[in-house]
Ligand binder design. Structure first.
Ligand code: ADP
Ligand code: MG
Length: 682
């Protein structure tokens, strides 16, 4: 009788109600779940080590015969220990099993036993006692039915995570016999010509190779096939998302192309080639009736805002409204200013909406805004979450822009997309995500990348400095930066946790120190404990007042655009992540003069930090993101919130990135040639 992946594990021989329950505790209900229950590691039992050639500290598997076994007390009265001696013709070794009272009774002299573990000196020197012994090794008795016992010998044995009451060897046997069963039918979701072209084995063989391997090479080939399958499944899921999205209907905005052209010609600069490309991709999406879901990635300062503003202009030109959602009030204000500057000459009205904090809008201001939105008098509304309030209703929302979209949680983002199913959505991120990751994370959306900086950008020079040279830094700031008419950022370390008060303390004391050392220079303070209106004022003073220093915590974050800020000092630099440091330094060097970023830390931290070295050598956000991925692994790079979306058991992004690209490419080619068909369940 054929055994299908969708069958319940209860149908397997040897799996009754009790085993079924234990397997369910491991998340295994179907045969498919069982096949995707991956080994933690493998134990190579093909080649037993001669006891005579055991080495202290080197893991080994030995096959021997019990010479003697005795139960001994230990220092703790309740704990006993079975002390066993085995030999294999080449020599003798000891084994200690703690709590091995019942075991000792089984270990009759002459019993064949397999031990796997790390031998260490026994510490007992009497002559007839073996000098090496295993402490609590994995073991297996070869009792009675030698054929069955033999099945676990002479092979590479997968070791699985198990659960209470289900011995690992039992679980392994259930999985092995299922994977090896001639009855198991695995419908390969990937067409044969593709697997053949990629040199991948059929999925059926991958299950055998993983769970019942005959060589290490087979394990790796099987693992790659399973990893490919995971990436393939992501693509399939994305395709399903897309199909669903295609059912939503957005208003095509082609009527706005005239306005888009006017926008272009009003710009004081030419767009960079990748801005052009991104804009044409966005513009193409906007012409369609399928709602756009596009992510625009680009380093800080690469000019994403301009592309977004162009899209907004097109939307307004088609007589539809646009909304811009930003994660912080500062970024919101900044976006508002950019929109206002770029769009009001074209007759497009931009408004900003504020949240409920102290500086909230007055009731009448808010009422007027709500009215203007409903009447269509306001073309673009920019704000933080306040934008999502119930009383905010647009006359006709055509485009939603989400700035720094990764700052919104996955579920928040999903809700936003669902609530605006009929609107075009442009997401932006200054945290470039390696291509490989973006495919796994955002397989269901399109991605545009801005890869180069606008011309004339002088870039950022990065230096590390130990904090006992802070005096020199102050004089450099005073003489070379501020007196030449440029501005400085000084980022203070956020101290432990997220306490705004402590952070404020660090900012205030550093600000006093700067004032003492560079008398007469305006010092602006900015920290998380300040109300939003004060933060905005501080930023404005820093940007428009006499050249000075802004001392802040990382609250000012990425995206802040002050073209004549040229120096960025990051205190306690070694504690930040690579991506965060790269983003912070991206805030300088945006004007005509090269930026300078000083990474300040203790001499020891500087010496020990590989991160800081990467920053010194590399300026490309995409490459830094790849490096970050290598240094920290995908989970951390994405943060816990996003991690949940990457449901990979086998594949490792850093190792199997090529497979991810193959899967995406292959899946696309497949869709062109045939309709993807899903096998019905059961
Ligand atoms: P991002 O949002 O990607 O961080 P912005 O859109 O804020 O970057 O752009 C940073 C600065 O560069 C802005 O002052 C903007 O006016 C300017 N800029 C953008 N595109 C260009 C370009 N093609 N040429 C020259 N300057 C540009
Ligand atoms: Mg920006």
């Amino acid at each position: 009788m054929a055994l299908w992946l969708s069958d319940s594990v209860g149908l397997l021989p040897g799996v009754g109600p009790r085993r079924s329950e234990q397997l369910a505790a491991l998340g295994i209900e179907s045969v498919e779940d069982l096949m995707w229950h991956m080994p933690l590691r493998y134990e190579d039992r093909r080649f037993p080590t001669d006891i005579a050639s055991l080495e202290d500290g080197r893991p080994a598997v030995v096959l021997g015969v019990v010479v003697s076994a005795e139960v001994r007390p230990t220092k703790r009265r309740s704990v006993r220990m079975a002390s066993v001696e085995i030999e294999d013709g080449s020599g003798a070794a000891g084994a200690l099993f703690f709590g091995g009272f019942r075991l000792a009774a089984l270990l009759k002299p002459g019993t064949r036993i397999i031990l796997s573990g790390v031998p260490t000196p026994s510490g007992r020197t009497r002559k007839h006692i073996p000098s090496l012994e295993f402490k609590n090794p994995e073991y297996e008795l070869l009792l009675g039915d030698a054929a069955k016992a033999g099945a676990r010998w002479g092979r590479i044995l997968p070791v699985y995570p198990s659960t209470e009451g289900l011995p690992r060897s039992t679980l392994a046997e259930i999985i092995r016999s299922c994977a090896a069963s001639p009855e198991l039918v695995v419908e390969d979701p990937v067409p044969r010509e593709i697997t053949v072209r990629r040199g991948l084995m059929p999925l059926r063989d991958a299950f055998t190779g993983i769970h019942s391997p005959s060589s290490l090479e087979e394990i790796e080939a099987a693992r790659r096939r399973a990893a490919y399958q995971e990436f393939w499944d992501i693509q399939a899921k994305s395709a399903a998302f897309r199909a669903e999205r295609a059912c939503g209907r957005a208003t095509p905005l082609a009527a706005g192309d005239g306005m888009l052209e006017r926008f272009r010609s009003s710009l004081p600069f030419a767009l960079t080639p990748s801005q052009e490309l991104a804009l044409s991709e966005v513009s193409g999406d906007l012409n369609g009736a399928v709602p756009m879901r596009r992510l625009l990635m680009g380093d800080v300062g690469s000019g994403k805002t301009v592309v977004a503003a162009a899209a907004i202009a097109k939307c307004a030109g088609a007589s539809m409204q646009a909304a811009v959602l930003a994660p912080t009030t500062i970024l919101s204000s900044q976006f508002y200013e950019a929109c206002h500057r770029l769009l009001s000459p074209l007759g497009i009205t931009t408004a900003e909406i504020f949240g409920k904090s102290k500086n909230a809008m007055s009731a009448s201001e808010r009422e007027k805004l709500e009215f203007d939105l409903k009447s269509g008098a306001v073309g673009v509304l920019v704000g933080t979450h306040a934008l999502l309030g119930d009383s905010i209703a647009f006359k006709s929302l055509g485009l939603l822009v989400i700035d720094e979209q990764h700052r919104f949680g996955v579920s928040q983002r999903r809700r936003l997309l669902e609530a605006n199913a009929g609107a075009h959505v442009l997401m932006m991120s200054a945290t470039p995500i390696p291509r490989t990751l973006s495919m796994a994370l955002y397989g269901d959306i399109d991605v545009s990348e801005i890869r180069e900086m606008p011309q004339g950008r002088k870039g950022v020079k990065t230096r590390v400095m130990s904090d006992n040279h802070i005096g020199e830094l102050y004089s450099f700031m005073a003489d070379r930066v501020i007196r030449s008419g440029f501005r400085c950022y000084w980022v203070c370390p956020s101290i432990g946790g997220d306490s705004p008060d402590e952070e404020a303390g660090a900012v205030l004391s550093r600000a006093r120190d700067v004032e003492r050392n560079i008398p007469g220079v305006p010092v602006t303070r900015l920290h998380g404990a300040m109300p939003s209106s004060e933060k905005r004022d501080a930023l404005r003073r820093f940007k428009e007042g006499d050249p000075g220093v802004m001392v802040s915590t990382t609250v000012i974050e990425v995206g802040v655009d002050v073209p004549d800020a040229v120096l960025m000092v990051i205190e306690g630099a070694a504690r930040y992540g690579l991506a965060a440091l790269h983003q912070m330094r991206g805030r300088v060097g945006r004007g005509s003069r090269a930026g300078i970023c000083v990474l300040l830390d203790s001499a020891a931290n500087i010496r020990n930090s590989r991160k800081l070295r990467v920053l010194l050598e590399c300026c490309d956000g995409f490459r830094i993101a790849e490096e970050d991925l290598r240094l920290r692994g995908a989970g951390e790079l994405l943060g816990v919130r996003q991690h949940g979306t990457l449901d990979l058991r086998v594949a490792e992004i850093a190792r199997d990135g090529d497979l991810m690209e193959f899967a995406a490419e292959d899946f696309r080619s497949l869709k062109k040639t045939l309709i993807y068909c899903q096998w019905p369940d059961g």
